[in-house]
Write a protein that binds this ligand. Structure first.
Ligand code: IMP
Length: 423
């Protein structure tokens, strides 16, 4: 199969960067289709550690074409910083293309994101503070600024003035903050805009051309299914569609171009930010998973909440993404646990729920129903063949396959590019 989507099945941070990086070896084009620099992908190549936020993981291979699709919101300063960081480490950016219709995260979006979280107080979402929600809000409200506007100086000035006539009202009247001036914003953004100019193109056309030339295309999801604005734990979600459906609108292609949807799932579960989490472990086991799995946000450094694998979540992800296979990451983090639990359903007010509920109120009252499996103690890091895994590790993987009815084809057993097993 040629064209694949790599999508997160949980609350993000499933290790999609590593899986895309691994599979990108066989791809020609890698495309981001949603989200912004709220995402953080860690890729470890040899002794080097790369933390990517907006730039697709394919950038680490010189010959790949890397596309930031129109569904992504791009912070010009953040992306230039990322580009320069990569460039300084010898990574070529020649093959990086940004959609001209991608929306721009403006400095006022970051400001409003932070001010709104502060205003919400206890009821805050726990956003990454990168201005993502406000940027998508303006896109939908038809008052956003797009990459194509940045490269037309007169047009940009007028659009920005229009935008500020509204944004300044919000800043001053709602948040009692200082208003912003178009001239000052442009002056501070201009050096970044100049650096981005050569990369801004019609990426939908590029993808059509790549497809015609028989190139293999990888669509790299950011965040995860439960952070999807439609299918996630609303309102504790991000403001885009990280699920597979977001690929078509976020990259400018049709569904007939997609062959496979790979769901990436961590062997346990993590979440950053607020909101219910039925299998959350607030005890020693939770701490152990956090420390062994280095579960601290790549973007914000926040400690992640940790818990057991949750099948109702995966069944929900299977359905809304049309998953064709699973990549199970961080299996090695479970090494040393005597017992491993799998949540197979929920108890809610005397009833058993097999499916993930859409109501947050119901989810908050759900108690996990667990199946228990024996753990293993053997170190997994040197294993490259599925058959060499400890029996109990294989049992865990196979129980997941059986309960989900999806093949697990990739298993992550360490952070490095090569620390994985193809099954
Ligand atoms: P926002 O995307 O910054 O608006 O944040 C909304 C919610 O999504 C918060 O709970 C964030 O912690 C979460 N979130 C956004 N991006 C990621 C990600 O890449 N990984 C995990 N959580 C994320």
């Amino acid at each position: 199969m040629a064209n694949k989507i790599v999508v997160g099945t949980q609350w993000g941070d499933e290790g999609k960067g590593k899986i895309t990086d691994m599979l990108a070896e066989t791809a020609d084009v890698v495309v981001r289709y949603g989200g912004g620099n709220n995402a953080g992908h860690t890729v470890i190549v040899g002794d080097e550690r790369f933390e990517l936020h907006l730039i697709p993981s394919g950038i680490l291979y010189r010959e790949k074409i890397n596309i930031i699709g129109n569904g992504v919101v791009v912070d010009p300063t953040a992306i230039v910083e990322e580009m320069e960081g990569l460039s300084a480490r010898g990574i070529s950016l020649e093959q990086l293309f940004i959609s001209e219709t991608a929306h721009v995260v403006m400095p006022y979006h970051r400001l409003v994101d932070l001010l709104e979280e502060e205003r919400k107080g206890e009821a805050k979402i726990g956003t990454t503070g990168k201005g993502i929600g406000p940027a998508y809000t303006d896109k939908i409200a038809r008052q956003g600024i797009r990459m194509i506007d940045l490269i037309d100086p007169d047009g940009f000035y007028h659009k920005l003035q229009d935008a500020l006539s509204y944004q300044n009202l919000i800043l001053e009247k709602i948040y009692q903050a200082e208003p912003l001036k178009a001239e000052e914003l442009i002056e501070s953004l201009q050096p970044d805009i100049n650096k981005l100019k050569p990369h801004i193109v019609n990426t939908s056309l590029l993808l059509e051309q790549a497809e015609r030339e028989g190139k293999k295309i990888f669509f790299e999801g950011a965040q995860g299914t439960l952070l999807d604005i439609d299918y996630g734990t609303y309102p504790y979600v991000t403001s885009s569609n990280p699920t597979a459906g977001g690929v078509c609108t976020g990259a400018g292609i049709g569904p007939t171009l997609i062959d496979d949807v790979i769901g990436v799932a961590k062997a346990y579960l993590t979440r950053v930010g607020e909101g219910p989490f039925p299998t959350e472990l607030t005890d020693q086991t939770g701490n152990l998973l956090r420390e062994n799995g280095h579960e601290y946000g790549v973007t914000t450094g926040r400690p992640r909440r940790c818990g057991w694998f949750d099948l109702p979540i995966l069944k929900h992800a299977r359905r809304v993404n049309g998953l064709t296979e699973l990549a199970l990451t961080k299996l090695d983090v479970l090494t040393g646990l005597k017992e491993i639990k799998l949540c197979v359903a929920y108890h809610y007010h005397g009833k058993t729920l097999e499916e993930f509920p859409n109501s947050l109120e119901i989810l908050s009252g759900c108690q996990p129903v667990y199946q228990s499996l024996p753990g293993w103690t053997e170190d997994l890091s040197a294993i490259r063949e599925y058959d060499q895994l400890p029996e109990n590790a294989k049992k865990y993987v196979e129980r997941l396959e059986e309960l989900l009815d999806i093949p697990v084809k990739t298993i992550g057993i360490g952070p490095g590019r090569k620390e994985a097993i193809r099954k």
